[in-house]
Design a protein around this ligand. Structure first.
Ligand code: ADP
Ligand code: MG
Length: 381
């Protein structure tokens, strides 16, 4: 969808901002460009919509060499969101959002109806915010309008240059989550610039880690965190990359232990090795029961089972699993097939969590599936 071929940008003063860059982004992919200030991220981005012209190499969108495309025409296919949003102060939120379709000759009423839809999509009720002026919005709300405006002409490509950089961390996280949900439905091809590795990891399908005008590693977030390609990347992602990696590594069925299982209406079993998981008639998770209880009490499992609050759907991150264990002071997390009530799939213990992390790191380094990894030592038991 977007292809860089040996692209270089040397500014007039001799600064090489981008040095012989080649990479490709697939349609519908969200790629984050991350690196310290001055490493060439903005220059890279502005060459895509021809706000800056490369001094060498070529850039293709959908197979077209963009140097042959009229810049104004080109920018209609590309939404652009920046930190200083650049909303027109004298126009209402609705008119700001409708600007581009209006310029493209869409009838005013149609453009405004589409703008209202988009405001709704980014979480701003058009009947409340549509008539306001930019100065009457919070920073986070202005960024939402910026995103809505960029989407208004329904461009296949979105360029976002540190769009959430100026808002406080709590609002930033909310905007990130909203944007991820939005991207799931609109599936744009997105180049997202940030200097924040956490943001890059949370949002990117893949991450390009920049050195000085070059890409040091271009990989999935888990791979960048688990197997940094160079000492520079390892340093940039930080000493706590193991913790960050937890947040991008999902729980897989193969990670789970299969403890003994009893059902609510069963009589109490006489012997249990430690504890058992308690399921209802539909095989949904109810809770657990300890061997000590089962051995000393009388009646059915139902009368003595304890509820299990520490539960997560498969696919949730290992970080959520770890946090859930701490939250409920639980020695394991019950993994179910969907959020809330769900079919019991197995138990994730701390030892299995550790194994899962090591397996996924090794799998990424060797480019194989996680369950193909043989661990040298098995921790825990
Ligand atoms: P980033 O967005 O990663 O912070 P930039 O792409 O803005 O980095 O800048 C990359 C390098 O190019 C920096 O060293 C910067 O000082 C330099 N640079 C950016 N714009 C110009 C310009 N117009 N003239 C000269 N040097 C520039
Ligand atoms: Mg920049």
């Amino acid at each position: 969808m977007i292809r860089f071929e040996n692209v270089t940008k040397r500014y007039a003063d001799g600064t090489t901002a981008v040095d012989d860059l080649s990479f490709e982004i697939a349609e519908g992919e969200l790629v984050t460009l991350v690196g310290p200030s001055g490493c060439g991220k903005t220059t890279t981005m502005k060459m895509v919509n021809r706000l800056i012209e490369p001094t060498g190499g070529r850039i293709f969108i959908d197979g077209d060499d963009i140097s042959a495309v009229d810049p104004v025409e080109l920018r209609r296919r590309i939404g652009y969101v920046i930190q200083q949003v650049g909303l027109f102060p004298h126009k209402t939120v609705l008119d700001n959002t409708a600007t581009v379709p209006h310029l493209l000759g869409v009838k005013r009423a149609t453009a405004r109806a589409r703008a209202a839809e988009l405001l709704d999509l980014v979480g701003l009720d058009p009947s409340v915010y549509g008539g306001r002026y930019p100065e009457q919005l919070s920073g986070g709300q202005r960024q939402r309008v910026g995103v809505a405006r960029a989407l208004a002409a329904d461009p296949p490509v979105l360029l976002m240059d540190e769009p959430f950089g100026a808002v406080d961390p709590v609002v930033r996280e909310r905007l990130q989550n909203e944007f991820l949900a939005l991207q799931k439905s609109v599936r744009k091809t997105v180049l997202f610039v940030t200097h924040d590795i956490e943001e890059a990891v949370r949002l990117g399908d893949r991450i390009a880690v920049y050195g000085q005008g070059t890409i040091e590693q271009f990989d999935a977030p888990a791979a960048v965190l688990g197997a940094p390609a160079t000492p520079y990347v390892a340093d940039f992602v930080g000493a706590d990359r193991g913790l960050k990696r937890l947040s991008v590594t999902p729980i897989e069925p193969g990670d789970l232990e299969q403890p003994p299982v009893v059902h609510l209406d069963d009589p109490l079993p006489a012997t249990l090795p430690g504890w058992a998981v308690v399921l209802d008639r539909e095989e949904n998770l109810h809770g657990w029961i300890s061997a000590a209880q089962a051995a000393t009490a009388k009646g059915t499992v139902r009368e003595h089972a304890r509820r299990m609050e520490a539960r997560l759907p498969v696919g949730a991150s290992l970080k959520r699993a770890f946090a859930t264990m701490l939250q409920y002071d639980a020695g394991w997390v019950a993994v179910i097939d969907e959020e809330g009530a769900g079919r019991f799939l197995g138990a994730l213990t701390p030892a299995r969590l550790h194994e899962a992390l090591r397996r996924s790191t090794a799998a990424d380094a060797r480019d194989i599936a996680r369950d193909e990894v043989e661990l040298e030592t098995v921790s825990g038991r």
